[in-house]
Design a protein around this ligand. Structure first.
Ligand code: BGC
Length: 687
């Protein structure tokens, strides 16, 4: 019989003792739960909460979307800081900024009295057509890993659980509820899993969200191999798994429980008390299994302080100037200068009299209370929508910058310079959850707008606001300057103006390849590879995702991975590798001098790629293994050191099911992008 406790008695129970060891507290609480109560904890209620167990003082554990700002409700009554899209944050290549973002958003979750943020989303950007490319970080597993780890650490520094999603191979929206991602073990190991694994092993992520899709024929929420074997047993995950919202629709109760799904969201279906109880009575799984699932959820409840006194927890903050400044900093650092012929940029505020501004993304505003997906350019796109207290549009940003100095007009022919704010938005069929993009090209009217504007004024700059690669072949040769500004959060307008006028020297680099045409992209080789045939999507490209494919097939991209210009120039000099040969336990130190050879201070992102030149296995021509951001004043020189270890040279060997490095020679490539290698050296692995 379960005992009823008074408030006083409850507060004296061992699990309430904050000085007690975590695992002791969890075991004590678990031992007090009846089977029925355990079953009750397996599913959520009212969209964002777990069910409370009042008898034991277990409150609801609350989780909110999303990756770019906290959103407790869908109507926008609660405002929160709107940060740039993940792809913009990734374009900063700056783990410190990802940490700052994570910490800030964690503080906002805490202020709202919730316990978990449904972010970060770290699926690999396999195709530019994925409706959620903007919500994910990059096509490259190393960059993905570094930024994901920093983000999770930032969020959890506030004792708020990060929920890393969507595990795994949820790389397109087309058929997302039913399709199976058919992917090889090597591609999983080398491309899709590393960042997820690192969030467990390097950042102790407290929660994982399962994917909607199947992976090699089995739904993510009941995938024993993915959840129980890899995530929990192999990687040592101590947190809990939660289904994506309604991702259990086509699964079985038994399958989910056995695989290790702790929590079904948003409401009870396959893991309803009735269903779990029935499956248990029928002997479909043991009490030990359900105990483990529940223990994981309880563990995270303790980690976020659900049972602790408020005064022992970090304070929450929301909509602070500090958070808004972080949002702007990410936007400024994420903007990528794609083209700048004849140095039209930066604009000189003292020399210009009139600027013409046009284009559909000049002045969009969130319309409060509107249905998600409509009238949103900057924030939105499905579950990552949030509602900021204000939003500085590109027009507002320019107005603030030009006030009393430059006149802003609408007629290109009468202006010194014209700026076109083009791109996409978060309507379905563009950069939005729920459907993939319908087009790889800019909308036709925008292409026409660019062509007509350039005729009227050759000094035309295109600022793109979008979250995924798009074709530019129809128009890019016509304009001297192009900026990729992404969806830059609530301070985007300010960030863009700062870059246009040179208050900020752009330093962002593309975290994804921009192909010239869609068929150049590895996921678009056939219908099998995208969108799939009979609900199967074959990842035939294997490990050749992103630049790995463009390099292998020697396809010239429109803009390569790692690319981004600056208003200054950098020289790479004196590559030094501290040894000629190395063995398994050695660290290899590569150093290089970077010199700012222009006349403005600027930041360069130095990229180190490894190339295996003698290998029994097929390997990509180059793989990113390290990068470093360095800020330099004009003529300043700095030596950057990058350390490599054995793992940085390894590949996943299908025959032995392990990571190996074969003896032989490797090239170390140092570059300003994946296609702009400035220096290289050699090193031999001895075995
Ligand atoms: C999305 C998740 C999101 C969840 C809750 C799902 O449709 O795929 O990313 O966290 O909804 O809104």
């Amino acid at each position: 019989m379960s005992k009823n406790y008074s408030e006083e008695e409850l507060s004296q129970l061992p699990f309430r003792d904050e000085s007690e060891e975590l695992e002791e507290r969890i075991s004590d609480l678990l031992s007090r739960l009846t089977l029925e109560e355990k079953f009750k904890l397996c599913s959520g209620r009212q969209l964002w909460h777990t069910k409370p167990i009042k008898r034991l003082g277990i409150k609801s554990f609350t989780m909110y979307d999303g990756p770019h700002g906290v959103r407790p409700d869908r109507m926008g009554e609660v405002k929160s800081t709107y940060f740039p899209s993940a792809i913009c944050r990734a374009a900063t290549w700056d783990p410190n900024l990802s940490y700052e973002f994570g910490k800030a958003i964690g503080e906002e979750v805490r202020e709202l009295g919730a316990h978990m943020l449904l972010a970060p989303g770290i699926n690999i950007q396999r195709t530019p057509m994925n409706g959620r490319t903007f919500e994910y970080q990059t096509e490259d597993p190393h960059l993905n890993k570094i930024l994901a780890v920093a983000t999770v650490k930032g969020i959890q520094s506030q004792k708020i659980a990060a929920c890393v999603k969507h595990f795994i191979c949820n790389n397109q929206e087309t058929d997302r509820f039913t399709a199976s991602s058919e992917v090889s073990e090597r591609a999983l190991q080398e491309i899709y899993l590393p960042a997820f694994k690192a969030t467990v092993q390097d950042a102790d992520a407290w929660s994982f969200m399962t994917c909607y899709n199947k992976v090699n024929g089995i739904y993510g929420s009941e995938n024993f191999n993915l959840l129980r074997e890899r995530l929990m047993d192999n990687w040592g995950f101590r947190g809990f798994t939660v289904s994506d919202w309604n991702a259990t629709a086509y699964t079985s109760t038994e399958g989910c429980v056995k695989a290790g799904l702790s929590l079904e969201m948003p409401t009870a279906k396959k893991l309803s008390k009735k269903n779990v109880s029935k499956a248990f009575q029928e002997g479909k799984f043991s009490e030990e299994t359900i105990d483990d699932n529940i223990k994981r959820l309880l563990r995270v409840m303790f980690l976020v302080g659900l049972f602790d006194h408020k005064r022992t927890l970090p304070s929450g903050y929301r909509n602070t100037p500090e958070h808004q400044a972080i949002s702007r900093k990410i936007a400024e650092n994420g903007i990528v200068l794609l083209k700048n012929k004849e140095s039209l940029l930066p604009l000189d505020i003292s020399k210009l009299k009139k600027i013409a501004v046009v284009g559909p993304n000049l002045n969009f505003k969130l319309i409060e209370g509107e249905k998600i997906g409509r009238n949103e350019v900057l924030s939105g796109g499905g579950s990552s929508v949030n509602f900021p207290p204000y939003e500085i549009t590109p027009l507002e940003g320019l107005k603030q910058k030009c006030k009393d100095r430059i006149e802003i007009i609408e007629t290109p022919s009468k202006a010194d310079v014209t700026i076109i704010f083009a791109g996409l938005n978060h309507e379905l069929g563009m950069d939005a959850e729920g459907e993939d993009k319908h087009n790889f090209e800019l909308p036709l009217d925008q292409i026409e707008l660019i062509k007509n504007t350039v005729k009227q004024n050759p000094n035309t700059i295109v600022v793109l606001i979008n979250g995924s690669p798009l074709a530019m072949n129809d128009w890019i040769h016509l304009v001297p300057s192009v900026i990729e500004a992404w969806y830059g959060g609530m301070e985007a307008g300010k960030a863009i103006a700062n870059v246009l006028f040179g208050d900020v020297n752009p330093s962002g680099k593309l975290p994804i390849t921009f192909p010239k045409k869609l068929s150049d992209s590895p996921a678009h080789m056939s219908e099998r590879t995208y969108p799939g045939v009979e609900k199967e999507v074959f990842y035939d490209e294997g490990i050749y995702v992103g630049y790995r494919h463009f390099d292998k097939e020697q396809i010239e991209p429109l803009f390569p991975f790692g690319y981004g210009l600056s208003y200054t120039t950098f020289n790479y000099e004196n590559i030094k590798i501290d040894k000629e040969k190395f063995s398994k336990n050695d660290t290899v130190t590569v150093s290089v001098d970077i010199v700012n050879t222009g006349n403005r201070s600027g930041t360069e992102i130095i990229q180190l790629y490894v190339q295996d030149i003698e290998s029994s296995a097929d390997r990509p021509p180059k793989e990113l293994k390290k990068f470093e951001k360095v800020k330099l004043e004009p003529n300043e020189r700095n030596t950057v050191e990058l350390n490599l270890n054995f793992c940085d040279f390894s590949f996943y060997d299908d025959s032995t099911h392990s990571w190996i490095v074969e003896p032989g020679t490797f090239n170390i490539l140092l570059g300003s992008s994946s296609r702009d290698i400035r220096l290289q050296g050699k090193i031999e692995f001895l075995g």
